[in-house]
Design a protein around this ligand. Sequence first.
Ligand code: ZN
Length: 320
Amino acid sequence: MKQPAVIGIDLGGTNCRGAVVAGDGQLCFQRSIKTRIDAGFDSFWSRFVGFCRELIDEGRQQGYALEGLGLGFPGIVEKEGFVHVSPNLPALNGFAMADQLVSQLRLPVRIVNDANAIALGEARWGAGQEFSNFVMVTLGTGVGGGLIINRQLWTGADGAAGELGHITVEPRGRLCGCGAYGCLEQYASGPAIVRTCLELSNHYSGQGSHPSIKPCTAEEVAVAAVSGHPAALGACESAGRYLGQVLAGIANFLNLEGAVIGGGVSANLDLIMPSLREEIENRAFAIVARRMKVVPAALGDKAGILGAAHAIREMFKEVA
Ligand SMILES: [Zn+2]
């Protein structure tokens, strides 16, 4: 008998990665292509559909019975798989992506936000397994979020829930790509950590107290912080404070068991964690602060693929 499996795909602004995922969470084989949205919508779409077909064909040749396809998408996706808005892939705004995929691939399809997919992956197979209720935070180029309530993804009335990166932390602060001022994303993402570090470095070098540094990535900030540069240490501490303030508010509101922190800036996580924890302790009620464990994500860059696979399986359960 053929083993049942689904396709999980993690579509990013730069890379698109996918795999055939068996019921036990094993990635049977992985493939990737460059997203290349700059080549235009038509070119992207034909290559993307070809990529999906290649995964489906290989999966079938290897003896899997493919039941559906789950996709983690970088943007706000309405419940029916309609792309509301995507900052990284604006050519897809307003596109009925799930309907188009279903008609071209002849498989059931579910599309969820990329950070929501990571939340589902960590919930099912990663650091979220120990919690029934937790918030997922992804710190990378942006700040993403996902909310797991009773082991289910909370997507909200329109499918747009979980946009934790766009909670205001400075009402007159840095302008965000979403059009608002002072979003968390502008203070805790990788580029934001670099920006804060450069600002602090200018301050310290202006005082003549420390040589200036010019990191280009959050990872370079982490290296400078470990070597003791106060601008780099200050930038990581600042990111932790802003994220901790938001998590304290979420803890007070929802009394969750955990927060799982993942994403591309994992090198900075140890440096962010003390101030983050301190803010939760100082701002949340003792009972909810004590309850909320803050843990690093466990699945690395596999979380999105695994979560997308889990999302389509969950859809089958909802329909059944
Ligand atoms: Zn924003």
